[in-house]
Design a protein around this ligand. Sequence first.
Ligand code: ADP
Ligand code: MG
Length: 246
Amino acid sequence: MSAILQIKGVSKSFGGIIANQSITLSVANKQITGLIGPNGSGKTTLFNSICGTHPIDEGSINFNGKEVSTLPIPAVAKLGLLRTFQQTHIYGKLNCIQNMLISAKPKSDNLFSIFSKIPLDLNNEAEHILEFVGLYQKRFLRAGDLSFGQQKLLELAMALMNKPKMLLLDEPTAGINPTLINGIIDRLIKVNEEYGITLLIIEHNMKVIMNLAEEIFCLTHGKLIAQGTPKEIKNDQKVIDAYLGK
Ligand code: ADP
Ligand code: MG
């Protein structure tokens, strides 16, 4: 299996805190890969480094054959690498369709121009994707009035509007009602299988990540301590001591 993302020797510090230390890993193309580790182990920092949120101190990040570690967020997004957040980033006062249209438009366009001349095919695409994530019936509801789980699905749908090659998902089931979790897992599997999108998922729910991922990486104190299949990770003594055993 070829790698779509190759991270080599990536380090990132904040003042005296070493959030990522010489991390080297590869994510297989069109696969679902997990990233686990205790709170503060540097998972979100690694996502931020990959997406261009902040510059890294050293190392290289190659996405689909291009070095992206020196690129800003919009340039990385343009190459087909997008993320969702631990806390959702949606426009609460706009309805679901409007959120979808905004995410598909260059950020320089103002809202009025987006909503005054919506191409029909873009609107259809937005409805189609909302149906895919199970939010079609809610399309005219204000995003702020959705449940937290539905907001996470909306954020996923907004990312899909941009036809990414790869999505980074930061704790997609955190804070979600257990009855909705299975729905999210199903959607993520479909995003991978039907849209052919590579997924890298930070997840604390071990049951969820064991079901989803073909390969899992584990971080502790900013360092990669283990990688392997879910079964290998579950039985890895370093992972048990640092994370699972607690
Ligand atoms: P995780 O997502 O695994 O919980 P983070 O990547 O959020 O961990 O954090 C790793 C470490 O880096 C923590 O000690 C955190 O406090 C620190 N950190 C992360 N982002 C920043 C920042 N912008 N400024 C200062 N410290 C940060
Ligand atoms: Mg985090």
